[in-house]
Write a protein that binds this ligand. Sequence first.
Ligand SMILES: Nc1ncnc2c1ncn2[C@@H]1O[C@H](COP(=O)(O)OP(=O)(O)OP(=O)(O)O)[C@@H](O)[C@H]1O
Length: 242
Amino acid sequence: MEKVLTVNELYKSYSDFSLNNINLELLQGDIMGLIGENGAGKTTLMKLLLNLLSPEKGELIVFNKSYADNSSYIKNRIGVVFDENYLHGLLTPKRFNLIMSNIYERWDEKTYYHYLENFNLPLHKKINEFSKGMKVKLNFSVALSHRPNLLILDEATSGLDPVMRIEILDVLKEFVTENNSCVLISSHILSDVERIANKITFMHKGKIVFTEKVSNITQQGNLENIMRSYIKGESSDARSNY
Ligand SMILES: Nc1ncnc2c1ncn2[C@@H]1O[C@H](COP(=O)(O)OP(=O)(O)OP(=O)(O)O)[C@@H](O)[C@H]1O
């Protein structure tokens, strides 16, 4: 399988937090779940991958290219859904079609209307009159309609009811299989991550603790217990060091 993303020894610091020595690899077909406690650094890492933040050190290669000379090539091939809705509230889904077709070289109007219909979204309603679930579905429709080779999803399904979450996760899985794309998805809902991902990366205090295949992890127990015993073990180590 071809490499989609390679991260080597990436560092980023804020005054009281730092991401340290991040190494990551995503291949075509991968769905990687990114998990970790609040403040572990998941969003910061995703912003670095999207070139919204600059690292102090390290190498970031996306589709065998670096952002330095290939920013628009890379951005045209990445789909993004974050927790917050970034779509303008006064616009309608129909109007978005026009805007996105001017932004994305590979915008596919037919696919966009197909998702709107599948998700039962109205064409002419303003987005600030949408429910939270409708906004998430619209965000996914936009993110999937320019045929991205990589999707970066940060808590994208949080706040949705279980039926809607499962519906969206199933659409996502189908998209990856049909398009040989790949996904990095962060979530605190570990059952969702286990449902969809083939690999898991666990972050803790700005570092990657492990990246493992889900099949290896589930042999050791469930994800929640593994995370909890790691964090507990770490605090008892700290106590014994003290
Ligand atoms: N612009 C910023 N300036 C200073 N510190 C920041 C900034 N953005 C994030 N941080 C800090 O970086 C740390 C990691 O935050 P981040 O949002 O990456 O965590 P997270 O794993 O996504 O958390 P959550 O699960 O709560 O969304 C936090 O301590 C946060 O306060």
